[in-house]
Each structure stands twice: as structure tokens, then as C-alpha cells.
Design a protein around this ligand. Structure first.
Ligand code: ADP
Ligand code: ZN
Ligand code: ZN
Length: 662
């Protein structure tokens, strides 16, 4: 490159603008593209990433400032990293600068620079390699079918819980590692990582691998990210944020529990880690595996239409382990529940019980029987949940807490009442009629302390607990061999939701919970309390007929024009002044109607169901498209208009593609 005069670099910054900024960098070379830099910004400084070298700038020369520092101690982002970031930025209509900065670990985004921590070598505390069970016939068939194809393909491994999906992943991972390629294993929750970490360490005691999730300190996260980028770490186990980790020799991605909502980032860059993983595999031309006992309707549809390859594991892997027996029972109003005998018998056999209720706290409603007052969040207008232990009222949307007062703030009545049950109340009720049983409550309140989950797991596995009371936190992929009875309380509230994904979610959740019972040789029992035993979700569940449920649900979605048959995007706007919000959305709607396109429908603005900041109003506008490409083209031009429309208004907006909640 023949450069005359000082070199100009285009630097991407974490700003909501579609372009980068020009700076002078006398010593910059092509090698520096993709490197992080420190630049002056106003009176302060910012960290950015060099996007390109330029011959000239369109800015007046006296406006161009000097790069303060180019960090060359860390390798630059490479072409393959840029391809993914550019796709992501275009797909989600999110500025490239913000996309790039989102993808870097926090420690590498900071002006203070990055000092690598002294490497503390931990002695491997993993037990020596246990014997790996030989794959059964069904597992072998799946592994062989996938291995036959080293190029890009999406494989949906659909198998009941305990069918040995993880063993299938491990067997494939082993092959891919053996070919000198790196592997990315994505899981939905941090909670799931200690268990998988142990399993990985046992399986490959000498392998260099790292785990990446928000529970790892920032410094350590950056260090691990860099070892992955350098190719030293051969396997990355991580939550959604790990999907962007640079991996020069990546040859396989596994997305376990692909249906989980936690793969969707709900703020900033609102990406789906599962979808970005698929894009990554396509770009790198290697296979990707999506695993689930209850695939999303999107994946199921793709499998049904042949875009994904479907692999089915029908049986539980441990010989003799069978599916649990399901019973529906009416909701307990008073006295002992219908499942009291089953509970007692299980405890008498020395086995464990899980009581599942998807609501933490003591009670979801605090009201005054005298004047009708109800405790509600002043920010979100949802009800506040009673937390008796801490004597607080808490908003489960925005986190607001208030002191729980004895008297009604409206009329002064001191005989306040609660309605409904949360984990704390269920715990209290169980303590009353099983006084000798050892109880453990597990929800995000009791697990708030670091390390408490690991401690709880040890207690459960060591059989120091008889009854577990917990929320969905408890049910994801954990394997407790002594657990043989599961009771589900209060499933009914999700049966009648206006959200088009509610049935899908409830079915997945109930199946996951049920899957906790009888994992090993012990036959399991599941009791579900409901007043609607004829509901289609429950009927399908009783018949263990997931395929039928998915096919029926697909037919319904097709009829209603919901995903995966139509595509959605939602524009959300938020401001203190509600009139400003509605005026903005109305103008946005008019613009959209004017430029609309093939098969694009624009809905009316409505208040958003999502949590918002104190004193703000949030509304939303739904856009539905019959064709992905037309919708994307429309959104790309609409976003430009929205930026212009927004200018001069004190208002915040976001556009979300493929929203999970609307
Ligand atoms: P999933 O991921 O589908 O829930 P796992 O791979 O965790 O299932 O397997 C469930 C249980 O079955 C585990 O305890 C595992 O060790 C055991 N298992 C898996 N495959 C086999 C096999 N081929 N033979 C014997 N046991 C197996
Ligand atoms: Zn709130
Ligand atoms: Zn009152």
C-alpha cells in the first residue's frame, strides 16, 4: 500500500451510529486492522477497534485527531470474525461499532487497558478418567449419521431427557478434537456449567479447555477468551455470550437445550445465540448440533421441511430406566393434597421429592380485604410479591423492594391478606405436614450467594435433603439419581396466556420438570395439580406425545400467521412523556405504511408488556413479514428513517428482530 502523508484509520466505537470515525495513526499498518485502540473523544477517551486503513478522509484535516495507542499485545480480529459481526449487525439492524464492542469481553473494552493476570496453574482436581459407557445402538446411529458429513449442516438431536444426548455430543466432540479442530459447546445457564465442567474434566483430563460465562471474573474471562482466540484452548464451554468468541480452528458447535429462552439476549444487541451459532457454522462450513427434548417450533419446522436433519433418540439411555408415570390432580384448596400418600411413600423408601412451583417469594398478591387495595409496583404496575422471610415486597420485573408494612397504606386496616402461593409459602406448608423431612428451597433468592448452587447440589447428591422446593432454576438438565417424585403446583396460570409462545414454553417446562423424576433405575412419578385436565398441552403431555404436540402447534401457528411461518420485528419506544412515545410510533407507523412492501403488515402501537424504567412509558409496534428477505430490506430502510424521526426528541427506541416476547 502506497500511503502518502499520515495514515488515517477508521475506528469503530460503541456509539449508536452506523459509521466509524477517522483518526490519524502515523505508524498503523494493514496488520492493525481488527486491533483495539485508545482514542480521544470529546474531553475524554474511548476504546475502539480499527475497521480499515484509509488513503484519505472526508473530514477536514484539522478535525482529525490522533490515535493515542494501538494495543498490539493481543491478536487482531480476523476476516472470519468480521464476517460474523457484519452479519449480526446487518441482521439485527444494530450499528457495527456497538456490535463489535458488545462481542469483546468487558476487560478488553476498557480505557484502562488490559493487564494479563498472572496465570495461576490449578492442579487438575478432577478424578481420573472414568470408563466411558459404549454408545448404544440409537446413539451410534446418530453419531455416524452426523460424522458422515463434515460440511455445514444443522442437526437437530431430538431425544427425551436422559436419552444420552450429552454422550452423543461428547463422542462427536472427541472426533472433531481428534481432527485438530476446536469445539464450541453452548449451554443455557451458568447453573449448568459446574456439572458439565466436571463431566468434561473427567472425560478429557488433559484437554486444554475453558468455560466462559458471566459468573467468571472480568479479568479471567478476558484471559480465557484470548486463549480461545490464540487456539490454545481447544474447547469452549459457555453461555450465550460465548457464541462470538474468536476460534481460529472451529469445527463443531453444539447448542444444548436449544429451546431455552436464555439463548436470547434481551438488552443492547438483542441477538439469539442459537441463530448466530448457526450462521457461524454456515460461514465456517462445519456442522452444528441443536439438542433438545422439546425443540422450538422454529427448529421443528425446519426439521419437518428438511432444512435441518432430524435425529431421534426415543429411549432413555440407562438400561431399565423408563419414562415417569404422570398423574393429574385437582388443585389443593384445603387439607392434605391428593399427592400426600405418594409423598409419604417416597420418603419412606428413602427417595427424594421435588416440589416445583414457578413463583418465588411467599405470595404473589398482598391485598386489603377491607378496601380492596393491592400492593403494586409504582414503576411497572405489576403486583408486588410478598417475601415474608426478609419482610419485603419485591417487584420481580424491575427489582424494586419495599418494606412489608403491617397496615394497609390506604385505609389503615391491620388484617392484610395474601393470595396465591410462592416457594416460601409452599416450603412453610410442607414443613407443617412433613415436620421430620429435611427441606431445601432453591430459587433465585436462596441461590443469590455465589457458590450456593454448588453447595446445594452436593447436599442433594449426598442425600442430606428429602424434599426440594424450587422454581425452574432447579429443573434444567440436572441429574439427581435419588429423586423419584416430582410435584408441579400451579401450572394453570400459564395455560391461558395471550403470548403465542406460552403453550410451547409450558409444554417444555413441564416435560423438563417431569424428566427430573426417575433418572436412573428408579421409576419416577409426576403429579401435576390442575383444574383443567382436558387442556391440549396437558393431554399431549400425558400421552408422552411431543411430536404430536409440536405438529398441532405448528398447524395453529400457520393458521394464525405467527412464527415460524411469518417473521416478526418489534419497535419499542420509551420516554417520560407518553404523548411523545405514541406520536413517535404513529409517525414511524405512517412511514412504514408508506414504504411497506410485499407481505408486510404493520400493527397499531400498544403499551409494551415488558418492564420499563421508573417514570417512563414504553409502547411498541409490531411488524410482521411473510418473507424474511423482504422484511429485512424493509427494516434496513425503516431504521434510517427512525434515526431521523428520533432526532431532537427526548426518547429512546430499539428495534428487535425475532422478539421472544411481544
Ligand atoms: P441427556 O443429555 O439426553 O439428558 P445424558 O447423556 O446425560 O442424557 O445421559 C443420561 C444418563 O444416561 C447419564 O447418567 C449417562 O451417563 C447415561 N448414559 C448415556 N449413554 C449411555 C450408554 N450408552 N450406556 C449407559 N448409560 C448411558
Ligand atoms: Zn417494578
Ligand atoms: Zn385497606
Amino acid at each position: 500500500m502506497d500511503l502518502q502523508g499520515p495514515v488515517i484509520v477508521e475506528v469503530l466505537l460503541d456509539l449508536p451510529l452506523p459509521h466509524g470515525f477517522d483518526y490519524r495513526a502515523a505508524l498503523a499498518t494493514e496488520e492493525d486492522v481488527g486491533r483495539r485502540v485508545r482514542v480521544p473523544w470529546g474531553t475524554g477517551q474511548k476504546v475502539g477497534v480499527i475497521r480499515a486503513l484509509k488513503h484519505a478522509s472526508t473530514y477536514p484535516p484539522d478535525k482529525i485527531r490522533e490515535v493515542l495507542e494501538i494495543w498490539r499485545d493481543v491478536p487482531p480480529l480476523e476476516a472470519r470474525d468480521w464476517r460474523l459481526l457484519e452479519f449480526c449487525s446487518a441482521y439485527y439492524h444494530y450499528p457495527l461499532g456497538q456490535t463489535v464492542l458488545t462481542m469483546l469481553p468487558p476487560a478488553l473494552r476498557r480505557v484502562g487497558g488490559w493487564l494479563p493476570p498472572r496465570r495461576i496453574r490449578q492442579a487438575p482436581k478432577s478424578p481420573p478418567q472414568g470408563s466411558v459407557p459404549p454408545l448404544n445402538e440409537a446413539q451410534r446411529t446418530v453419531v455416524q449419521a452426523i460424522l458422515r458429513q463434515p460440511n455445514f449442516a444443522v442437526h437437530l438431536v431430538y431425544g427425551v431427557t436422559g436419552s444420552g444426548k450429552t454422550e452423543v455430543y461428547f463422542s462427536l466432540i472427541e472426533q472433531v478434537l481428534g481432527r485438530g479442530r476446536q469445539v464450541l459447546l453452548l449451554v443455557p445457564e451458568i447453573n449448568l456449567t459446574p456439572q458439565l465442567e466436571q463431566r468434561l474434566a473427567r472425560r478429557w483430563p488433559t484437554l486444554n479447555w475453558v468455560s466462559l460465562h458471566s459468573g467468571v471474573s472480568e479479568k479471567e474471562r478476558a484471559r480465557r477468551w484470548l486463549t480461545a482466540q490464540a487456539g490454545t484452548a481447544r474447547l469452549v464451554l459457555g453461555t450465550r455470550l460465548a457464541v462470538f468468541t474468536p476460534l481460529p480452528e472451529l469445527g463443531l458447535i453444539v447448542v444444548d437445550e436449544e429451546h431455552e429462552a436464555s439463548f436470547k439476549q434481551q438488552e443492547g444487541l438483542r441477538y439469539s445465540a442459537r441463530d448466530m451459532a448457526i450462521v457461524r457454522a454456515r460461514q465456517g462450513d462445519f456442522p452444528i448440533i441443536l439438542g433438545s427434548a422439546t425443540p422450538t417450533l422454529e427448529s421443528w419446522h425446519n426439521a419437518r421441511t428438511g432444512r435441518y436433519q432430524l435425529h431421534h433418540l426415543r429411549e432413555r439411555a440407562v438400561p431399565g430406566a423408563c419414562l415417569p408415570q404422570l398423574t393429574l390432580a385437582p388443585t389443593t384448596k384445603e387439607g392434605p393434597p391428593y399427592w400426600a400418600t405418594a409423598l409419604q411413600e417416597t420418603l419412606d423408601r428413602g427417595e427424594q421429592v421435588l416440589v416445583f412451583i414457578n413463583r418465588r417469594g411467599y405470595a404473589p398478591v398482598l391485598h386489603c380485604p377491607n378496601c380492596g387495595w393491592q400492593a403494586a409496583c409504582p414503576r411497572c404496575s405489576v403486583r408486588l410479591v410478598v417475601h415474608r422471610r426478609s419482610r419485603q415486597l419485591r417487584c420481580h420485573h424491575c427489582g424494586l423492594t419495599q418494606v412489608l408494612n403491617e397496615a394497609c397504606p390506604s385505609c389503615g386496616n391491620v388484617h392484610m391478606e395474601t393470595r396465591g402461593e410462592g416457594t416460601q409459602q409452599v416450603e412453610e406448608r410442607l414443613r407443617n405436614y412433613c415436620p421430620s423431612a429435611r427441606l431445601l428451597r432453591l430459587d433465585s433468592d436462596s441461590l443469590a450467594l455465589k457458590g450456593s448452587w454448588e453447595k446445594a447440589r452436593e447436599q442433594i447428591l449426598g442425600h442430606q435433603v428429602d424434599i426440594l422446593v424450587g422454581t425452574q432454576l432447579l429443573v434444567k438438565g440436572h441429574d439427581f439419581p435419588d429423586l423419584s417424585l416430582v410435584v408441579v403446583l400451579n401450572a394453570d396460570q400459564s395455560l391461558f396466556s395471550s403470548d403465542f409462545r406460552a403453550s410451547e414454553r409450558l409444554y417444555a417446562q413441564l416435560l423438563q420438570v417431569a424428566g427430573r423424576a426417575g433418572r436412573a433405575e428408579k421409576p419416577g412419578q409426576v403429579w401435576i395439580e390442575t383444574d383443567y385436565p382436558g387442556h391440549p398441552v396437558l393431554l399431549a403431555l400425558m400421552q408422552h406425545d411431543t411430536e404430536n404436540f409440536l405438529d398441532q402447534e405448528l398447524a395453529l401457528r400457520r393458521q394464525m400467521g405467527w412464527p415460524p411461518f411469518h417473521y416478526l420485528a418489534v419497535l419499542r419506544a420509551e420516554a417520560r412523556d407518553v404523548a411523545k412515545v405514541t406520536a413517535f410510533l404513529e409517525e414511524a407507523r405512517q412511514e412504514a405504511l408508506a414504504r411497506g412492501g410485499d407481505g408486510i403488515s404493520i400493527f397499531d402501537p400498544v403499551p409494551s408488556p415488558l418492564a420499563r424504567k421508573a417514570g417512563f412509558h414504553r409502547w411498541q409496534l409490531l411488524v410482521q413479514g411473510a418473507h424474511r428477505a423482504y422484511l429485512q430490506a424493509f427494516l434496513a430502510s425503516w431504521v434510517e428513517t427512525l434515526r431521523a424521526l428520533r432526532s431532537g426528541r427526548n426518547l429512546h427506541w430499539v428495534l428487535e428482530v425475532d422478539p421472544w416476547e411481544c
